[in-house]
Design a protein around this ligand. Structure first.
Ligand SMILES: *Cc1c(COP(=O)(O)O)cnc(C)c1O
Length: 388
């Protein structure tokens, strides 16, 4: 099976992890701060906090923005469930904004319309999670302009987008957001096995996230309520969690970050090859927003079902049966049973649902060979041709 995504681990990555095993620190040592430095260097953000997953990063980001009961978080229905669940962790309500049919990202026009209605109902969101689906940046300028007008905070869920650029600035710079989150799960662009990070330029948000990452405990006198009792002293000033990243993961991250540009440009090379070879297929190819450079976590095609005599499911199943590890990103979050129980139902977000009815993620990963890619193309050709 040609997988849809796969990590690239080289000897240098293995050596970096083994070195940590031989060192004094398996956790809370120098590697995680070094990884955070690498993230700051690549993005230009002032603060980076590495944690054990993007899910944890989203949680502490929401807490730092003081999202709580009675508040509302909005995001896109076309994302991994974690982008929405972080609101529920904080006791907030979650609601969705439909996607733009071209970019598949949260649509700024739909956002504005929903904000107008919400304002009249005194039910404006406190936090918006903008997801850069497939690595394609959201229209952040438009979203940011609405945030100043309507007074909500912005978290960029850039789990797909490290190494990408928006208006020629790195994703993660947080120029148009309060906090940006990355994921380092093995299918993503850079991996630490499990792992995530939250980046910001706001020192207060950074302090808060650092507390929430580790039990609400601090050894930083600035953040203490009392004078230290002595050299042993720490204070728990809030209720936090253990969301720390290990040194093994930090070292893997440092090693992987050295190849970030290579990872993203390899994905771009594969995507251009797909674009070329698939141009005459009865499918819609990925659209790229002008002035953006995608991290290209995913290469999503959409079947033009009116030109094909097979269903979405049939094409998907036939690809899988032929050893092509296709996937679908994502099942609209509002249709998940847990969310449906809150009252969401089919028809709520027509663009998201229409996207879902025809989207297929083709295999694309660093280290995918041209031969493998050609096999994906010829298999798809066979499956679609036979039905034309
Ligand atoms: C992968 C992913 C997450 C969660 O990442 P973890 O590191 O696995 O917790 C969140 N949001 C999006 C958009 C993702 O793709």
């Amino acid at each position: 099976m040609i997988p849809y995504g796969k990590q690239e681990i080289i000897q240098a990555d293995i050596d970096a992890v083994v070195d940590v095993l031989h060192s004094d620190f398996l956790t809370q040592g120098p590697q995680v701060p070094a990884f955070e430095e690498a993230l700051k260097k690549v993005t230009g953000a002032q603060y980076a906090l590495a944690v054990n997953s993007a899910t944890s990063a989203l949680h502490i980001a929401c807490l730092a923005l003081e999202l709580s009961e009675g508040d509302i978080l909005w995001t896109t229905p076309i994302t991994f469930v974690a982008s929405a669940n972080c609101g529920l962790y904080c006791g907030a309500k979650v609601d969705f904004v439909d996607i733009d049919p071209a970019t598949y990202n949260l649509c700024p026009k739909a956002l504005e319309q929903k904000l107008i209605v919400a304002k009249a109902q005194l039910a404006l969101p406190k936090v918006l999670v903008a997801v850069h689906l497939c690595g394609q940046p959201c229209d952040m300028k438009a979203i940011h302009a609405l945030s100043t007008e309507y007074g909500f905070k912005i978290i960029e869920d850039a789990s797909h987008a490290i190494g990408g650029r928006y208006l020629d600035k790195p994703i993660g710079l947080c120029e148009y957001s309060d906090i940006t989150v990355f994921s380092f799960h093995p299918v993503k662009i850079v991996t630490t096995a499990e792992g995530g990070a939250a980046l910001t330029n706001d020192p207060q948000l950074a302090d808060k996230m650092s507390l929430y990452r580790s039990h609400g405990i601090t050894r930083d006198e600035r953040l203490m309520e009392n004078a230290p009792h002595g050299g042993w002293y720490y204070e728990q000033v809030d209720l936090g969690f253990n969301y720390r990243m290990t040194e093994l993961q930090g070292a893997l991250g440092v090693s992987q970050m050295q190849r970030l540009e290579q990872f993203v440009s390899a994905r771009h090379r594969l995507a251009s090859r797909y674009n070329e070879k698939l141009s005459n297929f009865p499918i819609t190819l990925p659209y790229q927003l002008p002035n953006t450079y995608s991290g290209l976590h995913l290469y999503v095609i959409r079947l033009q079902l009116s030109l094909i005599s097979k269903t979405h499911k049939e094409v998907f199943d036939e690809l899988r049966a032929a050893g092509i590890g296709v996937n679908v990103h994502y099942i609209p979050v509002h249709l998940q049973p847990y969310y449906a129980r809150m009252g969401f139902e089919a028809g709520d977000y027509p663009n998201a649902e229409s996207y879902y009815s025809s989207a297929i993620s083709l295999p694309m990963f660093h280290g995918m060979t041209d031969v493998q890619q050609d096999e994906v193309v010829s298999t798809l050709a066979r499956i679609l041709d036979s039905s034309l």
